[in-house]
Design a protein around this ligand. Structure first.
Ligand code: UGA
Length: 447
């Protein structure tokens, strides 16, 4: 059992804290937000993540986890200080804002002991760990040990990904830290999880590279969607066809409104900013195209509406979905919200529906009318846009929805609707990337 201080209790930190407790460790969670601390201490996760509430309750029952807004004395000499704070995009630049990491080092320093190690999990520009280590060195009279252990969990699958990762990556530059991390993850590696051991710079870079690759894969298929729309082809069928090639694979080829969230968009921007600083901007110039393709998909929905309705002003538009993807209430950089905003600025009357994210929409976008009731969200609508691929949207009864709306026009921004059934119920269906809609083979699942 290790004593682990988890610093930052957002999507990453809260999940990691619970997972590390489940793996048999004593966990001390730290976050400056008192509301978050009281919520977690009472067994309620302050955001929606499937299975996490139950796991948190179990963790609290073990009495081996506690949450604090400032360091308790017990944190002294912890085995591991785990950095899970956010690295958001800094205002006015593409670069990541590292101030929360710097503050985390300053705050943990008085509790750092002879046998402690600091381990970074946050996504950072390559070179950050070196800076954090020298910051720590200046604050402690002991050898400063800092390792990097990037996290690959996906929101919506966070607990599963933490407890059954497809790989572990640890970057170290001292044998002590390597040994502590070996011990920490022994039960996972013994169960067969591959562990890639490397230097710190590579470990930092792995995470940024992985997210850049994923974003590129999505924009690749969305570029094919742009071509398909023009030439009368079907990008969903195309993805199915190329996905059968094991070298390409069927994952992350779902075409539609593109990627959003708190990670992929800001990570590809921060990577470009870091590459520019290194004089290597050219090496990742393609990420600029990746982002442009991603943004054009959102604008495409507006174009479709303009082609269908002569006037967007006062058009009643309902965007189904606000979360950046299903099974989360996270609306950061959400493509669905971006589309809603585009319609709102064109003068349309916009309503947004989401099964989980309504509270977040109301807090962050008070100008958008947000509902979790489908009928209230769609009554009298001229245009329905599927903005998030919530499973339940694929199950909507098109005949019933037809009886609520004013015009039967739907843009399927996530390619989840059974198009033939909707057409049969009198809907004009525009499926992004599919000028000809072919049914997808049912045994083929694009993940
Ligand atoms: C992403 C990575 O997948 C994780 O491995 C990583 O740990 C995490 O970022 C992070 O850096 O913390 P996440 O942001 O939870 O995870 O979301 P993804 O599942 O990657 O989806 C990102 C976006 O891409 C969503 O908006 C989703 O709708 C979109 N997407 C995904 C597509 O448009 N098409 C696809 O085929 C797949």
């Amino acid at each position: 059992m290790k004593k682990i201080v988890v610093i930052g209790l957002g999507y990453l930190g809260a999940t990691t804290a619970v997972a590390l407790n489940k793996m048999g460790n004593r966990v001390i969670g730290i976050d400056p937000n008192p509301a978050k601390i009281s919520s977690l201490s009472a067994g309620t996760v302050p955001f929606f993540e499937p299975g996490l509430d139950e796991a948190l309750t179990e963790a609290l029952d073990s009495k081996q986890i506690s949450f604090h807004s400032s360091y308790p004395q017990e944190a002294k000499d912890a085995d591991i200080f785990l950095l899970c704070v956010g690295t958001p995009q800094a205002p006015g630049t593409k670069a990541a804002d590292l101030r929360y990491l710097e503050a985390a080092i300053d705050e943990l320093a008085p509790f750092y002991g002879e046998n402690s190690i600091v381990v970074g999990k946050s996504t950072v520009p390559v070179g950050t760990a070196v800076q954090l280590k020298s910051r720590l060195s200046a604050l402690v009279q002991l050898p400063a040990r800092l390792a990097w252990n990037p996290e690959f969990l996906r929101e919506g699958n966070a607990l599963f990904d933490s407890l059954s990762p497809d790989r572990l990556v640890i970057g170290t530059d001292d044998a002590f830290s390597e040994r502590v991390l070996d011990e920490l993850y022994a039960q996972l590696t013994e169960a067969g999880t591959p562990m890639v051991k490397t230097d710190i710079a590579t470990a930092e870079l792995v995470k940024v590279a992985a997210n850049s690759f994923l974003a590129t894969k999505i924009s690749f298929i969305n570029a094919m969607a742009e071509i398909s729309e023009q030439v009368g082809a079907d990008a969903v069928k195309l993805a199915e066809a190329i996905g059968h090639d094991a070298r390409i694979g069927n994952k992350f080829l779902r075409t539609g409104l593109g990627f959003g969230g708190g990670c992929l968009p800001k990570d590809i921007r921060a990577f470009q900013a870091r590459a520019e600083e290194l004089g290597l901007g050219e090496s990742v110039r393609f990420l600029d195209s990746v982002e442009q393709i991603n943004i054009r998909r959102r604008n495409r929905v507006i174009e479709v509406a303009q082609e269908t309705f002569s006037e967007l002003e006062n058009l009643q538009v309902t965007v189904l979905g606000a979360a950046f993807k299903p099974e989360t209430d996270d609306i950061r950089d959400s493509p669905a919200i971006a589309v809603a905003e585009l319609f709102a600025s064109a003068g349309s009357k916009v309503r947004v529906h989401d099964p989980k994210a309504v509270a977040n929409v109301r807090a962050a976008h008070p100008q958008l009318a947000a509902f979790d009731d489908l009928q209230r969200a769609t009554a009298g609508a001229d245009l329905i846009v599927i903005g998030t691929d919530w499973f339940e949207y694929g199950l909507i009864d098109p005949a019933q929805l037809a009886s609520w709306v004013r015009n039967r026009v739907v843009v399927d921004g996530r390619n989840i609707l059974p198009v033939a059934a909707w057409q049969k119920a009198g809907w004009k269906v525009v499926a992004l990337g599919r000028s000809i809609v072919n049914e997808v083979a049912s045994e083929f699942v694009l993940q």
